[in-house]
Ligand binder design. Structure first.
Ligand SMILES: Nc1ncnc2c1ncn2[C@@H]1O[C@H](COP(=O)(O)OP(=O)(O)OP(=O)(O)O)[C@@H](O)[C@H]1O
Length: 616
C-alpha cells in the first residue's frame, strides 16, 4: 500500500530513500501512534462495559471504576497523540532538509543547459524545491496513519466478530465496496495531481519571469503581457486544482458513506439482536462507536492514498533533477602555471546555429581577445571553456581535462564573469566576500583593480551599501565592477571575462583594463567582446566568424566524434591555425560560480522541450 510500484521506479526509489533516512523518528512516531490507537480503541469497549456492567443503581463504585479507567485511557491517548505528532513532524523536517540539500547539490553539479532542459524552466525548478518537496513531506508525515489504520482493522475485525457474527458480516460487507473505490480513484487522482504539479511549475516560471523582466518590459509597454501570462497560468492552476478536488471529494465522500451505511445496517441487525436477547445494549453501543472509528479510518486511508499519489508525482519530478548525470570526479593535481588548451570546442543546440569549434592555446600572463559579430558565440564558448554548458571537444589546463575535475577544484581554477553579472541581495561587501573571507587589504586591492574605488567613495555606506534585489540598486557599470572584483578575489589561474567593461565609460574602461593587466600578470585571461580598448591590450585576437545556420533536423547538443571531425575549422587563433581536434564529450558539470549560479535568472526558451517531454 505504501509503495505499490516497482522498486526501480525513480519516484518509488526516492520515496523509499527519504523514508530510510528518517527511519529513527518515523519508527518512534509509529510506536507512539500504536499506543494512542490502542487507548482510543479501548474507549468504546470501556463504554459498552460501563453500560452493561459498571453503571448500576445504588452502586457508585462500578461507575467510578469505569470513569477512572476511561480517564486513564484518555490520558494515554493524549500522550500517544503528542508523541506521534512530535516524531512524525521531526521525521518530515529531516526528510525535507535531506531532499532540499540533495536537490541543491545536484543543481550545483550540473551545467545550466542540461538543468534547464530537464526542468523546462528555472521557475519550475523552484517549484520542485518547494511545493514538490513539501508534498513528499506531507506523505511522510501521514505515513504513521497506516499503522493506525492497520491496528484498527486488526483489533476491530475480531472484536466486532466477538460481539455478534451478524455484526461482523455487516462490517465485512463494506470491504469489497471500499476496495473497488480504491481501485478506481487513486490512478485518476494521480493523473490529476500530475497535471496540477506541472501547472504549478509553469506558473512559478511565469512569476519568476514577471519579477525579473517587469522593469525592462515596462519601458516598452510590454508589462501587461507578462501579467496576462501569469494570470493565464494562475487560471490553469485554479482549473486543475478544482479538477483534482472534484476527484478527491467524490472519492472521499463515497468511501466515507460506506461505513455509515454499515452502521445503519448494523443498527437494524443489532437492534433485532438486542430484542432477541442475543447481544446487550452495551455491545450495540460499542459496535456503533467502532463503526464510527472505521469511518474515520477509511477517511484517513483515502487521505493517505491521495498523499501517496501526489507524493509519487512530486518525487518523480524531484528525481528528474537528482538523476541528472554528475559523475564522481576524483581530485587531480593541476599545476598552477599550466597551459590552457582548447581543442575542437563545439556547442550544438537544437534549432540554433552551431557554435565552434574553437581551438586555442594560452600561457600564464597571456591576454586573449575573443571577438566576432553579435551572436557568433563568444559568450557560449567562454561558458563552454568554463564547463558551464555541454559541449564537445576538450579543454585542458596543465594537461588535465577540465571536465575530469571535481567542481570544487574547477571553481578554484577557472573564474568566469558574465556580461550581465548577478549580485545577491546584501551589501557590496557581502557580494565581494562570496568566495570566502578576505582581509580588508585584499578587498581594497581587488576593488582598486576593478576600478570600484571611486564608486565606493561616492557611496555614503561604501562597502556596506545595499545592492538591492539582484543588484538593482547599483548602476550597470557598478555591478560589472563588483563582479570583476569578486572574480579577482578568487585568484583563479584562468579568468574568463565576458564583455565586462561594456557598461564603463572610455576613461574608466582604460583604467580598469590597465590595472587588470597588471594584476593578472601570471594568469591566463580571455576577454570576449567588441571593445577596441580590450583589443589594444590583448596579446592575441581570436576572431569568430558569423554564425552558421544549423541543419533543419534538430541537431543533438553533444557532437559525436565522427560529426566533429567533418566540421571545417572556422575558428582558429589568429596567426596559429590549428585543425579541430575531436575529443571526448565535455558536458561536464560546473560548480555554481557566484556570477553564474545555475539558479541565476534566465528567460525560458521556447526551444526547450516542456517538462515531461524527452530531452535530447
Ligand atoms: N541558453 C541558450 N539556449 C539556446 N541558445 C542559446 C542560448 N544562449 C545563447 N544561445 C544562442 O547561441 C548563439 C550564440 O550566442 P552568444 O551569446 O554566445 O553570442 P555572442 O557572440 O556572445 O553575442 P553578443 O556579442 O551579442 O554578446 C546565439 O544564436 C544564441 O541565440
Amino acid at each position: 500500500m505504501i509503495f505499490s510500484r516497482s522498486p526501480a521506479d525513480p519516484s518509488t526509489r526516492l520515496l523509499r530513500r527519504a523514508l530510510h533516512r528518517v527511519r529513527g523518528p518515523f519508527l518512534r512516531s509509529v510506536g507512539w501512534a500504536a499506543v494512542r490507537q490502542s487507548a482510543f480503541l479501548a474507549m468504546p469497549w470501556l463504554l459498552g462495559r460501563a453500560i452493561d456492567a459498571g453503571v448500576q443503581s445504588g452502586s457508585p463504585a462500578g461507575a467510578l471504576l469505569y470513569g477512572a479507567a476511561f480517564l486513564a485511557a484518555a490520558c494515554v491517548e493524549y500522550a500517544g497523540m503528542r508523541g506521534w505528532q512530535l516524531w512524525a513532524t521531526l521525521a518530515d523536517n529531516r526528510a525535507g532538509t535531506w531532499l532540499r540539500s540533495r536537490l541543491l547539490k545536484a543543481i550545483l553539479a550540473v551545467d545550466t543547459d542540461t538543468l534547464q532542459r530537464r526542468t523546462g524552466t528555472f521557475g519550475d525548478l523552484t517549484t520542485r524545491a518547494t511545493r514538490d518537496v513539501d508534498t513528499v513531506l506531507v506523505w511522510i508525515h501521514g505515513l504513521t496513519t497506516w499503522v493506525v489504520i492497520g491496528l484498527t482493522a486488526l483489533v476491530l475485525v475480531p472484536a466486532i466478530g466477538g460481539l455478534d457474527p451478524l455484526l461482523l458480516v455487516v462490517a465485512a460487507a463494506t470491504v469489497p465496496v471500499l476496495l473497488l473505490l480504491n481501485r478506481v480513484f487513486p490512478p485518476l487522482f494521480g493523473r490529476r495531481a500530475e497535471q496540477l504539479a506541472d501547472a504549478h511549475g509553469a506558473r512559478s516560471a511565469a512569476a519568476d519571469e514577471l519579477l525579473t523582466a517587469l522593469l525592462p518590459l515596462r519601458g516598452v509597454g510590454g508589462d501587461h503581457l507578462l501579467v496576462e501570462r501569469h494570470h493565464r497560468h494562475s487560471a490553469e492552476v485554479k482549473r486543475r486544482t478544482l479538477r483534482l478536488a472534484v476527484v478527491g471529494s467524490v472519492w472521499e465522500a463515497a468511501a466515507f458513506t460506506v461505513p455509515l451505511l454499515a452502521v445503519t445496517a448494523g443498527l437494524l441487525a443489532g437492534g433485532l439482536a438486542v430484542t432477541d436477547g442475543r447481544i446487550t445494549v452495551g455491545a450495540l453501543t460499542t459496535f456503533v462507536l467502532w463503526m464510527g472509528t472505521v469511518s474515520v479510518a477509511v477517511n484517513a486511508l483515502i487521505a493517505r492514498l491521495g498523499d501517496l499519489a501526489e507524493a509519487r508525482v512530486a518525487a518523480g519530478r524531484i528525481a528528474r533533477v537528482l538523476d541528472l548525470p554528475a559523475p564522481a570526479r576524483p581530485h587531480v593535481d593541476v599545476e598552477r602555471g599550466g597551459v590552457l588548451r582548447v581543442a575542437g570546442l563545439t556547442v550544438r543546440r537544437p534549432g540554433r546555429a552551431v557554435v565552434g569549434p574553437l581551438d586555442l592555446e594560452a600561457r600564464p600572463g597571456e591576454w586573449l581577445a575573443l571577438t566576432g559579430p553579435t551572436g557568433c558565440g563568444k559568450s557560449t564558448l567562454l561558458r563552454a571553456v568554463a564547463q558551464l554548458v555541454p559541449a564537445s571537444g576538450t579543454v585542458t589546463l596543465g594537461g588535465v581535462p577540465l571536465d575530469s575535475l571535481d567542481p570544487e577544484q574547477l571553481y578554484r581554477l577557472v573564474g568566469f564573469v558574465p556580461e550581465g553579472p548577478l549580485l545577491l541581495h546584501g551589501t557590496i561587501a557581502d557580494n565581494l566576500l562570496l568566495p570566502g573571507p578576505r582581509t580588508p587589504t585584499e578587498l581594497a586591492t581587488a576593488a582598486h583593480t576593478a576600478g570600484l574605488d571611486p564608486a565606493l567613495a561616492a557611496l555614503a555606506d561604501g562597502l556596506d551599501t545595499q545592492v538591492g534585489e539582484r543588484g538593482g540598486a547599483l548602476s550597470g557599470g557598478q555591478r560589472q565592477r563588483v563582479a570583476l572584483a569578486r572574480a579577482l578575489l578568487r585568484d583563479c589561474p584562468v579568468l574568463l571575462l565576458d564583455d565586462v567593461t561594456s557598461a564603463l565609460d572610455d576613461t574608466t574602461e582604460a583604467q580598469v583594463l590597465d590595472r587588470l593587466r597588471h594584476a593578472t600578470a601570471d594568469r591566463i585571461v580571455i576577454l570576449a567582446g567588441h571593445s577596441p580598448a580590450v583589443l589594444a591590450r590583448a596579446d592575441r585576437e581570436i576572431a569568430l566568424p558569423a554564425p552558421r545556420a544549423s541543419p533543419p533536423s534538430a541537431a543533438p547538443d553533444r557532437t559525436s566524434p565522427e560529426q566533429e571531425t567533418q566540421d571545417t575549422p572556422w575558428l582558429t587563433p589568429t596567426g596559429s591555425p590549428t585543425s579541430p581536434t575531436s575529443g571526448p564529450s565535455s558536458g561536464a558539470p560546473h560548480p555554481s560560480s557566484p556570477d553564474t549560479g545555475p539558479l541565476s535568472p534566465s528567460p525560458p526558451s521556447s526551444t526547450w522541450p516542456e517538462p515531461g517531454q524527452p530531452s535530447a
